[in-house]
Design a protein around this ligand. Structure first.
Ligand SMILES: Cc1cc2nc3c(=O)[nH]c(=O)nc-3n(C[C@H](O)[C@H](O)[C@H](O)COP(=O)(O)O)c2cc1C
Length: 182
């Protein structure tokens, strides 16, 4: 199963155009999670206590773990997220707060090191940016660090199109070229 995590927001999202084209290249069944449609719970004190209680009981069947279990079971993961404020929309952080669950997506060794529990061998991160100042550390770099250090997914790839909103840029052409290069 290919898990397509769609953090695109705008109706005319260019990131989504590129990610849709990428996802269509794979033959496995696709499960799309549209983050805009999820009413994420606030990760407040009560939420954390409840989740910790369930974990202590070893009860991972509660819906609170659904997104984490789905992520852990995926064979391939594609994340589509526009470049916002040097990273990505807040919904993607909310999603990570839901899936970063010890006992589901990662665990700890007896020595206290983190060990990934995710099945996926590959994670592809698709983004587009309005400008050309796109340092990777806060967006893609953050996701790559999670993938490699938490989830145990070593093969992490970036697909990006930048400079789309620069005056005079041919955004359609840039997107088309990016899709052609997939
Ligand atoms: C809330 C918001 C924040 C943005 N922040 C940045 C930014 O930090 N750097 C940048 O180059 N472009 C930024 N942009 C421009 C978007 O990265 C660009 O328009 C992108 O292609 C949007 O993707 P989409 O077409 O998939 O919605 C921002 C746009 C929005 C709406």
């Amino acid at each position: 199963m290919l898990l397509y995590i769609n953090a695109c927001v705008r109706t005319e999202s260019r990131t989504r155009v590129i990610a849709d084209a990428l996802v269509s290249k794979y033959s496995e069944p696709v499960t799309e999670v549209v983050l805009e449609k999820i009413d994420f719970p606030r990760v407040d004190d009560a939420f954390i206590r409840r989740r910790d209680d369930l974990k202590a009981e070893g009860d991972y069947s509660d819906p609170i773990f659904d997104l984490a279990r789905q992520f852990a079971e995926a064979d391939r993961i594609v994340i589509a997220a526009p470049f916002w404020d040097l990273s990505f929309p807040a919904s993607l952080k909310q999603y990570f707060e839901m899936i970063n669950v010890g006992g589901v997506t990662f665990t700890y060794t007896d020595e206290g090191a983190i060990r990934g529990l995710c099945r996926a061998k590959e994670l592809i991160y698709v983004t587009t940016a309005g400008g050309d100042f796109c340092p990777e550390e806060y967006g893609f770099g953050y996701v790559k660090a999670l993938a490699r250090n938490f989830y145990g997914i070593q093969d992490v790839r970036l697909v990006k199109a930048t400079g789309l909103d620069i005056v005079g840029a041919d955004a359609d052409r840039i997107v088309e070229d990016t899709v052609a290069g997939l």
